[in-house]
Design a protein around this ligand. Structure first.
Ligand code: IDP
Ligand code: MG
Length: 151
């Protein structure tokens, strides 16, 4: 079975708007398994590494300023096709294009305040996870629901 790890961040706008619980509920009820989670303020160094691919884009300075502007929740999950499943739960980058039923489609309006980050590939997930978590922070456990989630 193709279990993947995925990195998710509940961004500062979602924290300030009291949407942590709601977003976690959507992630959890999908069946994705929680591996690690923490509440933190992103450092300048972490932000620059996380958004390195966007360094030359005009929105980059604003993006780094925003992601370091207040606390976030960093989350590691695992599951079947976790990257694709999570990206679908999150919705399109610009909330105006995000389908209703997705997190961005239901709760956001502006591309620069789109509530949540999710890595876009298996490789990028591993790279981004390493920015925010060390090996000791991963919890090894077996959810009792596994036999009902997977054939
Ligand atoms: P993603 O978050 O859906 O993967 P990316 O293209 O990787 O989208 O962009 C990273 C983040 O940068 C977006 O979530 C969004 O907050 C911000 N961003 C992307 N494009 C723009 C833009 O044109 N203006 C302002 N912010 C943008
Ligand atoms: Mg991205």
């Amino acid at each position: 079975m193709k279990l993947e790890k995925e990195f998710i961040m509940i961004k500062p706008d979602a924290v300030q708007r009291g949407l942590i619980g709601l977003i976690l509920t959507r992630i959890q009820r999908s069946g994705l398994k929680l591996l690690a989670m923490k509440f933190l303020q992103v450092s300048q160094q972490q932000a620059e590494k996380h958004y390195e691919v966007h360094k030359e884009r005009p929105f980059y300075p604003g993006l780094v300023k925003f992601i370091t502007s207040g606390p976030v929740v960093a989350i590691a999950v695992e599951g079947l096709n976790a990257v694709e499943v999570t990206r679908k739960l999150v919705g399109a980058t610009n909330p105006k294009d995000a389908t209703p039923g997705t997190i961005r489609g239901d709760f956001a309006l502006d591309i620069g305040r789109n509530l949540i980050h999710a890595s876009d590939s298996v490789d990028n997930a591993l790279t981004e996870l390493s920015i925010y978590f060390n090996e000791q922070e991963y919890v090894s456990w077996s959810p009792v629901e596994n036999s009902w989630l997977y054939e």
